[in-house]
Design a protein around this ligand. Structure first.
Ligand code: MLT
Length: 263
């Protein structure tokens, strides 16, 4: 379904009933990455998954897409859908950066956090320089170079060998991201603030999920988040990279279900 948010429309999937689990995807993905969570977790929850602007079936708008802007979009979607009462927010990677912004700007709408394959810190100088290069490449050559590069690192090395159909599915999912969506998201991530300061303030049940073979987020970064948030627990998913929800969906869903039942 399309939901009007400010001057644009966002594609949103809203399934199941009961208390809400909001799913926020990573870059350069879209809500389709959550297909197995939407199917499974909506048996017990109302699952709302959003295509962030410029991703999936949400059209691009002029950038940059700051994490604050994307967080406000998510808050507006909940408001338009008439969600009253706080929700569990699950963000993966860039979706985690957006979750921190949501916590900073709209803490009253969050009851618990699931931070998957993400980090609290801002970009290092090197990471910022890499993003500048990716932005320039995308403006010059279109989306394919960045999509090809991301496709090589999003999954665990073993997943590429053992699950070729998943690699193909992932290529199809990311192929929806346009030049403008990629550039605007990279600009927003490049300048995102350091959220480390927030960790000590988060007083919500928090689940941190790390794929043991993540090529983008280090275990150290996940452990730092876990030690920074008082009421948190860290789960490490074996045989998974940066997309543990896609690579090990049963394990991911059972860890999330257990967490949801515990809060
Ligand atoms: C993501 O998966 O959202 C990205 O890898 C995050 C990033 O580039 O920092």
């Amino acid at each position: 379904m399309n939901i009007q948010v400010g001057n644009t429309k966002l594609n949103v999937e809203d399934r199941g009933s009961g208390s809400v689990l909001l799913l926020i995807h990573g870059f350069p993905l879209n809500l389709e990455m959550w297909r197995q969570q939407i199917e499974n977790l909506s048996n017990h929850k109302r699952v709302i998954a959003v295509d962030l602007r410029g991703h999936g079936h949400s059209p691009p708008t002029p950038g940059p897409y700051s994490m604050d802007l994307l967080a406000d979009d998510c808050a507006a979607v909940l408001d338009t859908l008439g969600v009253d009462g706080p929700v569990v927010v699950c963000g993966l990677s860039m979706g985690g950066y957006v979750s921190f912004a949501l916590y900073k700007r709209h803490p009253q709408i969050i009851s618990a956090l699931i931070l998957a394959a993400t980090r609290a810190g801002s970009d290092s100088d090197q990471a910022r320089a890499n993003r500048e290069k990716a932005i320039a490449d995308t403006k010059q050559h279109g989306p394919q170079p960045v999509l090809d590069n991301m496709l090589k690192i999003l999954l665990a090395p073993d997943t590429y060998k053992l699950k070729p159909e998943l690699v193909k599915n992932l290529a199809d999912i990311i192929s929806l991201t346009s030049t403008e969506g990629i550039v605007s998201a990279l600009e927003g991530m490049k300048d995102r603030p350091d959220s480390t300061i927030l960790l000590g303030q988060i007083n919500l049940p928090t689940l941190i999920i790390h794929g043991a073979q993540d090529q983008i987020i280090t275990l150290n970064e996940s452990e730092s988040m876990a030690s920074g948030v008082k009421n948190s627990r860290l789960e490490i998913i074996p045989a998974a990279g940066h997309l543990p929800n896609l690579e090990q969906p049963e394990m991911f869903n059972s860890i999330v279900s257990e967490f949801l039942a515990s809060i």
